[in-house]
Design a protein around this ligand. Structure first.
Ligand SMILES: NC(=O)c1ccc[n+]([C@@H]2O[C@H](COP(=O)([O-])OP(=O)(O)OC[C@H]3O[C@@H](n4cnc5c(N)ncnc54)[C@H](OP(=O)(O)O)[C@@H]3O)[C@@H](O)[C@H]2O)c1
Length: 296
């Protein structure tokens, strides 16, 4: 039996809108019809990159009718966009409006739902840093429990060779904070580490390679043993002298936020080391005094 492709529109031709359209339209089951964006050029560039769809206005999208509308504008724009779309309705057909925010629930699309439209939220749990990137096979996607047409969202995830997670709307801010710590702040740690390697005289490409190898090895340990057992280093060994040397060396750099980063994460590491049993609570208190704040 012939199943016609699902017709899609993208509103917001940025990094995620592009990644979704570029990846889904590699499959015959999805077809890009319209791209609406703040700038006409972004919309045209995306259509050209895919070889499908036209840069359009909301009005064109409304009267032509599509199955799926991706709302991939910045999170802060979602509510206003939904209100604007709801006020312009009704839409021909019965499109499913889906946003990709990890933090906001589909409450941000309440005005569309109140206007009788179907809404959903699907958060790709991956970092897309450029408009030419594809979504990665094997990645996870959080489908909000309160979404309409969860069957359609699950089918999208299957097409993307991804794996689904289910998250209640009320927990999305915490879910997204977890993702931000693991992904965005890992980038921050990489920058901080590279800055210190550079200050030792390492060339940038050598520092980047060394960092990559170090982080990969550490991640292998986390995956194999879990974070508590994977912890190594001077905090895990309760080595006050080494930590004092670190604090002095970082202090010389004259970068207060680097020192703050080191001491804040060091205090959390001391808690992990106590859980692991490699240091005593008394040693953790001594570490806390050295690292400032917390256990005094
Ligand atoms: N990037 C990621 O790694 C990632 C990961 C998971 C989820 N997400 C989610 O994906 C969504 C989009 O994020 P992003 O990173 O793709 O942001 P982005 O790269 O900044 O793209 C958003 C684009 O939307 C367009 N836009 C802004 N306001 C608009 C409006 N009112 N109407 C129409 N178009 C508008 C702008 O395109 P032009 O000005 O170029 O036209 C802007 O570049 C967010 O909800 C975010 O949480 C992103």
């Amino acid at each position: 039996m012939y199943n016609p492709p699902l017709s899609m529109a993208v509103i917001g031709a940025g990094r995620m809108g592009s990644a979704l359209a570029l990846t889904l339209c590699r499959q015959e089951a999805y077809r890009l019809r319209f791209v609406v964006s703040r700038s006409q050029k972004s919309a045209e560039d995306l259509c050209q990159a895919i070889g499908q769809g036209t840069a359009a206005s909301v009005r064109e999208l409304m009267v032509a009718g599509v199955d799926l509308v991706w709302l991939t504008v910045p999170d802060r724009e979602l509510s206003a966009l939904a209100s604007d779309l709801a006020a312009r309705g009704p839409f021909v057909g019965s499109p499913l409006f889906v946003h990709t925010s990890g933090c906001f629930s589909i409450e941000s699309l309440r005005s569309l739902r109140d206007a009788g439209q179907q809404v959903g939220a699907l958060h790709p749990l991956q970092a897309i840093a450029g408009r030419d990137q594809l979504l990665r096979p094997g990645a996870f996607y959080a489908i909000e429990n309160e979404s309409d047409r969860i069957d359609v969202l699950q089918q999208v995830v299957r097409t993307l060779n991804g794996r689904s997670l289910r998250v209640p709307g009320a927990k999305k801010a915490l879910y997204h904070a977890a993702a931000a710590v693991a992904s965005n702040y890992l980038v921050v740690l990489a920058e901080a580490s590279q800055a210190m390697f550079s200050a030792c005289g390492l060339e940038a490409h050598v520092a980047a390679d060394a960092l990559g190898a170090l982080v990969k090895g550490t991640w292998d340990n986390v995956a194999r043993f879990g974070p508590v057992e994977a912890l190594t280093g001077p905090v895990e060994r309760g080595d006050l002298q080494v930590i004092s040397e670190h604090l002095m060396a970082i202090g010389v750099q004259g970068d207060p936020s680097l020192l703050e980063l080191y001491t804040t994460l060091g205090r959390r590491a001391a808690e992990l080391a106590v859980r692991r049993g490699s240091i005593t609570p008394e040693q953790a208190q001594a570490l806390g005094r050295l690292l400032g704040g917390g256990r005094r």
